[in-house]
Ligand binder design. Structure first.
Ligand code: XLS
Ligand code: NI
Ligand code: NI
Length: 438
């Protein structure tokens, strides 16, 4: 019985920073107004199905540590899993959830039968969503677990695998549409290679472009109004993935003429694996006009793996949320907990604690980021730093009014001797710390 899985039956409430109860929010107060919007609307939290309800706790040296009554490959277990999942959505009060097709229903012998299983559970979701307040942030297809995908899905050397993946995505996209999903996500999974010795890189990139175009075409055909998102990741499971980072994906989208049709789902841990900071990836996506959504988690800075830990790091997240607020906040996107509890966290309530802790940390980071926006001290420093470009001289250069010759002549004529100015990094870091005090 799902009611008996967790230790509580009443939803977790905001009780303020002074409360001594573990299963309570100290900072996440959905109705609190921040910069003219409710906190819940700013953050648009989603619980993901895969880490919380399907992951058995394995690592490269050992298998299952988490025992769950719904583990198993039957539809009966899938229905029990859905009951517990919706119970957790209710207890946490999250506005959204996310899933892969294979998370929610068992894979069968044929594609048709697997798709039917997915539909059956999606129908159950639809019924549950009539009375629940949770909505679907995004759906996606798992194109990486089955051995048929070991050499990729869209980028497989065998066109029949491409076709199978297309059939799976068609179903997952349609189910997402029927459930009112706000977005649909594509993560490369195994769209990459292990060795160039067996790989026709140019051909595989073209295959990937064709696949993406087909997804966009089908989205338009069925009238899905949500956003198609691609999620970058540099490696793992493959040695090299084609959707390496935001900049690489933008180049790919441009090459296939899709830069206005597809946006990006940025994951913190993947940004770290790509050698970037999380806020860099957000700022770049925003600058390119392709910022979509976030997989919020925390990568380990030493291990070099996709550890997908729950984000509890307030100062770092404040910088990320500052970039999100500067970009105008979310439209269809949100903060999806692509995060898993550690394999030793075997108590059922550890699932609740992980989400509560991270929601509180992110809420706190939002308050700090909102303070950065309101006080505007960081912004005014940057504006002042670039103010020369707002002068007639600066505008003339960027507007195409100058040439190397004309600029060389002006330097000589005005005897220009530009003097360097301090970048004041420590001063700015000091300001950030002050904002963190709110
Ligand atoms: C794996 C990815 C995956 C996507 C959805 O590393 O983060 O979980 O978010 O397929
Ligand atoms: Ni992810
Ligand atoms: Ni990850």
């Amino acid at each position: 019985m799902p009611e008996e899985f967790f230790s509580i039956a009443e939803p977790v409430r905001y009780e303020g920073p002074e409360t001594d109860r573990t299963l309570a929010f100290r900072w996440y107060d959905p109705d609190r107004m921040v910069l003219g919007r409710r906190m819940e609307e700013h953050l648009r939290f989603a619980v993901c199905y895969w880490h919380s309800f399907t992951w058995p706790g394995g690592d490269p040296f050992g298998g299952q540590t988490l025992l769950r009554p719904w583990f198993g490959d039957t539809m009966e277990k899938a229905r029990l899993k859905a009951d517990v999942a919706f119970e957790m959505f209710r207890l946490l009060g999250v506005p959204f959830f996310t899933f892969h097709d294979r998370d929610i229903a068992p894979e069968a012998e044929s594609l048709a039968e697997s798709n039917r299983n997915v539909r059956e559970i999606a129908d159950l979701f639809g019924k549950k969503m009539e009375s629940a307040s949770v909505r679907l942030l995004w759906g996606t297809a798992n194109l990486f677990s089955n051995r048929r995908y070991m050499a990729g899905a869209a980028t497989n050397p065998d066109p029949e695998v491409f076709a199978y993946a297309a059939g799976q995505v068609k179903n997952a996209l349609e189910v997402t549409h029927e459930l009112g999903g706000a977005n649909y996500v594509l993560w490369g999974g195994r769209e990459g290679y292990e060795t160039l010795l067996n790989t026709d890189l140019k051909r595989e990139l073209n295959q990937l472009g064709r696949f993406l175009s087909m997804v966009v075409e089908h989205k338009e055909k069925i009238g899905f109004k949500g956003t198609i998102l691609i999620e970058p990741k540099p490696q793992e499971p493959t040695k090299h993935q084609y959707d390496f980072d935001v900049g690489t994906i933008y180049g790919m989208l441009q090459a296939f003429g899709l830069e206005d049709r597809v946006k990006i789902n940025i994951e913190q841990n993947h940004a770290i694996l790509a050698g970037h900071s999380f806020e860099h990836e957000i700022a770049l996506a925003a600058a390119l006009g392709i910022f979509g959504s976030i997989d919020i988690n925390r990568g380990d800075y030493q291990s070099g793996w996709d550890t997908d830990q729950f984000a509890m790091n307030v100062p770092e997240m404040a910088l990320a949320l500052y970039e999100i607020l500067k970009a105008g906040g979310f439209t269809t996107g949100g903060l999806n907990f692509d995060a898993k509890i550690r394999r030793q966290s075997i108590d059922p309530d550890d699932l609740l604690i992980a989400h509560i802790g991270s929601m509180d940390a992110i809420a706190r980071a939002l308050l700090a980021a909102a303070d950065m926006m309101e006080k505007g001290d960081l912004k005014s420093f940057v504006e002042e730093r670039y103010s020369g470009w707002e002068s007639d001289f600066g505008r003339s250069i960027l507007g195409g009014g100058e040439s190397l010759e004309s600029l060389a002549a002006q330097v000589a004529e005005k005897d220009l001797r530009p003097q360097p100015k301090s970048g004041k990094q420590e001063f700015l870091e000091m300001l950030v710390d002050r904002h963190l005090g709110v």
